[in-house]
Design a protein around this ligand. Structure first.
Ligand SMILES: [Zn+2]
Length: 516
C-alpha cells in the first residue's frame, strides 16, 4: 500500500538554498532593507550531519532529505556503505549501496506531476539526489541519463552540454543525444526567458546554460530566467495536474559564493532564492493544500557579521559600515571577472565601477592580476569582506544546525534530522517510503527468478540487461526506464539502476508484471 495514513497535502514544494547559513539570511535581509519571504515561515531547526561526518557535503545531505536515509560522501540516492556518526540510523548489511527511492519518485507513483528547478546544472548533487541514483556525484553522464528517463514533467536549470554527445558540442561519451530523446518522449525544450514564459506545454525541459546558470546579479535577464521566474512557471504548469504535484527548487549557488568567501555573491543568490520562496509561499497561501518546506543542506564559509577587525569596536559598528561597501557592488566576484580585459589592464576601473572598491592597495591589484581564471571571486571576495567587517573561517562547509522554514498542511516544526524531512514530506503526501522502495528497486535476479538473465555489453556505453523467459525476450537498458519486450517499447514507472559497488541491477516491480 502506498499510504500509512491519509494525505494531508495535495502538493509539496521543497526549496533548498544550498550552503545558506544563518548569517547569510541575516546579511541578505539587512542589504534588502526589509523582511525576507522566509522570515514568516521559520518553524524549527535542521541537523545536517551525514552518516560519516559532522560536516556534510551536498550529496549525502540531499540523499537524506530526498530519501529519508543519511548517507556517505559523494552518494546520490544510494544507501550508506558506512555509518560512523553516533545517532545516525544504521542500515541492514544487505542494504549498503542499494538505490533509495526519493520523494519525487514517490510523488510520481501517486500520479502527481513532478518538477525540478535549479540554478546549477541540473545534474549537480542536490537536484540529482531527488532524481537519480549513483555512488559518485561527479558522474553527470549517468545522472543526466537517469534524470531524462525519470520523465519528470518540468525540469528547469543549466547543464545542456551533459545531455548532448561530444560530436554535437556536448560532453557525452556514450553518444546519446538526450535532447532528441526528450523530444521523442513528447517534451518541449525551451532555452531562454521568453521561450520559458511563453510555453503552454505540460512537459517542458528548460536548459538555459551549457553548464551552471549565472549568479543572479550577473545574469542577462533575456537569456536566463531568474530562479523566481522558473519557480513560478513550474508551479503554473504542475498545478494543472488534478492529482497534485511535487516540486523541488534549489538556489544552488549561494554555496559557491560562500566557498569563494564572496559576500556579494551570497547576497545575490540568497535574495534570488528568497524571491523563489515567495512564489511558492504565495501559491500555497492561495491554494490552501500545498506544503512548502525550505531549508539549507549545510552551512558554508563560517560567514560572520563581524570579524577580527571588529574585536574591540563591534558594539559601535554602524549599519553603514557593514552594508554600504556591499551596496556599492553591482556584480558578484564572478561577474567582475568577466569585465576584466585579457591583459587585466583595467583592474582599477572595473573594481571601482562594478565591485565598489576604489581604494585598492598595490598588493591587492597585484593579487587580482595574478588570480587564476575562474577564481577571481576567491581573491576579491575577501577584499570586500574586509571592508564590510564580514568574517570567514573556511572555504569549506560547516556543521552547525540550520533554520527550518515551513508552511501549509503537514507543516514541519521543531528540531528535525535532515533525513526526517523526507519522511515527513512523504507522510504529508500519504506516501510510505518502505512500500516505495519495494515498488521501485528489486534486484533483477529476485524480480525474474525463473528467467535466463544476461548482461549485454556489446556497446559498453549502453549496457543492457537481457531477460529471457517463455519465448519472450526483454531488453532493459541500464539508467533508463525502457523495457523492450520482443522489440516492443514500454516505459517503466522508475529507472533501472545498476549499483556498481554492489554489482547488482535493480528494476521496478512493474517490470516483472510486464513480462508475465
Ligand atoms: Zn550543499
Amino acid at each position: 500500500m502506498p499510504a500509512e495514513a491519509a494525505a494531508t497535502a495535495k502538493n509539496v514544494i521543497i526549496l533548498v538554498g544550498d550552503g545558506m547559513g544563518a548569517s547569510h539570511t541575516t546579511l541578505a535581509r539587512w542589504y534588502k532593507g526589509g523582511p525576507l519571504a522566509l522570515d514568516e515561515m521559520v518553524s524549527g531547526a535542521v541537523r545536517t550531519y551525514s552518516a560519516e561526518s559532522l560536516i556534510t557535503d551536498s550529496a549525502p545531505a540531499a540523499t537524506a532529505f530526498a530519501t529519508g536515509y543519511k548517507s556517505n560522501d559523494k552518494f546520490i540516492g544510494i544507501a550508506a556503505a558506512s555509518v560512523t556518526v553516533p545517532g545516525a540510523a544504521s542500515l541492514n548489511a544487505g542494504d549498503q549501496y542499494r538505490p533509495l527511492a526519493t520523494v519525487l519518485e514517490g510523488a510520481k507513483l501517486l500520479g502527481k506531476a513532478t518538477g525540478l528547478v535549479a540554478t546549477s546544472n541540473l545534474q549537480h548533487a542536490t537536484p540529482a539526489a531527488f532524481s537519480s541514483h549513483w555512488h559518485s556525484r561527479s558522474n553527470y553522464e549517468e545522472i543526466g541519463k537517469q534524470q531524462v528517463y525519470e520523465q519528470i514533467d518540468v525540469a528547469f536549470g543549466g547543464g545542456k552540454k551533459y545531455l548532448l554527445p561530444k560530436e554535437q558540442g556536448g560532453t557525452r561519451k556514450d553518444g546519446l543525444n538526450l535532447l532528441d530523446e526528450l523530444k521523442n518522449m513528447g517534451y518541449t525544450i525551451v532555452s531562454n526567458t521568453q521561450e520559458l514564459l511563453q510555453t503552454k506545454a505540460s512537459k517542458v525541459w528548460g536548459l538555459f546554460a551549457d553548464d551552471a546558470m549565472a549568479y543572479d546579479f550577473d545574469r542577462d535577464p533575456a537569456k536566463e530566467p531568474s530562479l523566481a521566474q522558473m519557480t513560478r512557471k513550474a508551479i503554473e504548469i504542475l498545478s494543472q495536474d488534478p492529482d497534485g504535484f511535487f516540486l523541488f527548487v534549489e538556489g544552488s549557488e549561494i554555496d559557491w559564493a560562500s566557498h569563494a568567501n564572496d559576500p556579494v555573491g551570497v547576497i545575490s543568490e540568497t535574495l534570488a532564492f528568497d524571491a523563489a520562496v515567495k512564489e511558492a509561499l504565495d501559491f500555497a497561501k492561495k491554494d490552501g493544500q500545498t506544503l512548502v518546506v525550505a531549508f539549507t543542506d549545510h552551512g558554508n564559509g563560517g560567514m560572520s557579521i563581524g570579524n577580527k577587525a571588529s574585536d574591540n569596536t563591534y558594539s559601535k559598528l554602524s549599519f553603514e559600515q557593514v552594508i554600504e561597501p556591499l551596496r556599492k557592488a553591482r556584480l558578484t566576484g564572478q561577474g567582475v571577472e568577466a569585465r576584466l580585459n585579457a591583459d587585466r589592464s583595467n583592474i582599477v576601473e572595473v573594481m571601482a565601477r562594478y565591485y565598489g572598491i576604489s581604494d585598492l592597495t598595490e598588493e591587492e591589484i597585484a593579487a587580482i592580476r595574478q588570480a587564476k581564471p575562474g577564481s577571481l571571486n576567491y581573491v576579491i571576495g575577501p577584499m570586500i569582506s574586509k571592508r564590510a567587517y564580514i568574517g570567514w573561517t573556511t572555504n569549506g562547509h560547516t556543521g552547525e544546525d540550520v533554520f527550518l522554514y515551513s508552511y501549509g498542511p503537514g507543516k514541519l516544526t521543531g528540531t528535525v534530522e535532515n533525513a526526517e524531512i523526507a519522511r515527513k514530506v512523504a507522510a504529508a503526501m500519504g506516501l510510505d517510503l518502505t512500500w516505495l522502495n519495494k515498488e521501485l528497486f528489486i534486484p533483477v535476479r529476485q524480480a525474474f527468478k525463473d528467467a535466463a538473465i544476461t548482461w549485454d555489453n556489446s556497446n559498453p556505453n549502453l549496457p543492457k540487461v537481457i531477460i529471457e523467459r517463455g519465448g519472450k525476450r526483454a531488453e532493459l537498458p541500464v539508467g533508463t526506464n525502457l523495457m523492450r519486450i520482443n522489440g516492443q517499447k514500454h516505459y517503466l514507472p522508475g529507472v533501472i539502476v545498476y549499483s556498481e559497488p554492489k554489482g547488482v541491477t535493480y528494476v521496478p516491480r512493474a517490470a516483472t508484471e510486464l513480462l508475465n
